[in-house]
Design a protein around this ligand. Sequence first.
Ligand code: SF4
Ligand code: SF4
Length: 285
Amino acid sequence: MKDIVIPKTYNYVALFLALDCNYRCSYCINYFENGRFNGEFISGEGWVGALNRIVSRDDLPITLQGGEPSLHKDFIYILNNTKPELKIDILTNIQFDVDEFIKLVKPERLRRKSPYASIRVSYHPEVMRLDETLLKVMKMQDAGFSIGIWGVMHPLYKDIILEAQDRAGKMGIDFRTKEFLGDYDNSLYGAYKYEGACNRGFRKKCLCKTTELIIGPTGLVYRCHGDLYEGRKPVGSIFDTEFELEDVFRPCDWFGHCNPCDIKVKTNRFQQFGHTSVEVKDAQN
Ligand code: SF4
Ligand code: SF4
């Protein structure tokens, strides 16, 4: 089996362990256009075999996310059996049993040199209780985990998020905010590099190059988040023994129906602002 070497130009590696969630937030970016959760899973052993082929850098972890990654029945097995040299981060809504997690997972498994926490908890006031969230995060922090909370600055919840940030700060919890991306009140929120790319007002052909490895819940690899959520054609599978990553422009005929995650101007893993996940060129009708 070939190693899967992450190109130097890549900034992010995402494994969508479960494209499934225990919640259904009104602004969930997974549903931006026609996206739907499909509830498909690969066994823990299967994932460990595939992940252990990946050769990455110390500053480029594999981020387990979803949906909610802890819904994968072998979530803890995957954490504990993936090779230690592969760094792991988690994006979660922390609806798992934190006592069990603390008992079974060593904090070092999820610790690395980084300007932000390895376990990033999303706080969604629409569906989550703040007291419970703070308590769980505090428990994990006291147990030695690198953990913080992120709140989305949705126009409806801005004030609640800022209040939550204040309370978390008083408890010594790192609480950061992130820009709201998506539609609200007939406006598209977010700063995007390519005009109209996320407006769904046109559909053009283009060439597109990514800086992210996007692995879906069945091991299929996609050009971008939009392709994953919308069920468009994958570029390969992590379970293909010959699979290798190419740092190339690929033809796409969905420009104009891009997902905000791919086009948004954002902060890269060094917390430097101005990064965009994909580069688009030669757009034409
Ligand atoms: S918790 Fe996250 S993944 Fe789940 S519905 Fe809400 S925004 Fe989507
Ligand atoms: S142009 Fe948009 S839809 Fe096409 S691959 Fe790039 S990000 Fe994805």
